[in-house]
Design a protein around this ligand. Structure first.
Ligand code: FES
Length: 147
């Protein structure tokens, strides 16, 4: 049911933890399943993500997608990080079962929330970043058939 990559990232999640004095912190939940995700970003003066950590109270698919998402945004600029969609994360994990696609939205939205927090703290506007939802269940995307 799960790809080897999903199992690997679930069993050995990368970048678990928290960052003290993080540049931006984002927390989102899904009221439907009750899962919660928090992402910490350390962003330098060139707007490059130097470090990223996550903590979750979530299912295995949420752990695996967050682990992969943190790997994909680490070392990237803010603009590049915005391109890391939940679909890109799922592709990097060789797919997720359709009923688990929504879990991958937690990581994407938590990264956006952390970037939003960073932008607010620095009084800047990040082009293409919309105000994140704190509950991804509202307006959840249609679950695609392809995964
Ligand atoms: Fe809630 Fe996976 S079931 S995030």
């Amino acid at each position: 049911m799960y790809s080897d990559k999903v199992m690997d990232h679930f069993q050995n999640p990368r970048n678990v933890g928290e960052i003290e004095n993080a540049s931006g912190v984002g927390t989102v939940g899904n009221a439907k399943c009750g899962d919660i995700m928090r992402i910490y970003l350390d962003i330098d003066e060139n707007q490059v993500i130097q470090d990223v950590k996550f903590k979750t109270f979530g299912c295995g698919a949420a752990v695996a997608t967050s682990s992969m998402a943190t790997e994909l945004v680490k070392g990237k600029t803010i603009d590049e990080a915005l391109q890391v969609t939940n679909k890109a994360v799922m592709e990097a994990l060789d797919g997720l079962p359709p009923v688990k696609v929504h879990c991958s939205l937690l990581a994407e939205e938590a990264i956006h929330a952390a970037l939003w927090d960073y932008a607010e703290k620095h009084g800047i506007k990040i082009e293409g970043l919309e105000k994140p939802k704190s509950d991804i269940h509202e307006g959840e995307e249609e679950e695609g058939e392809e995964y």
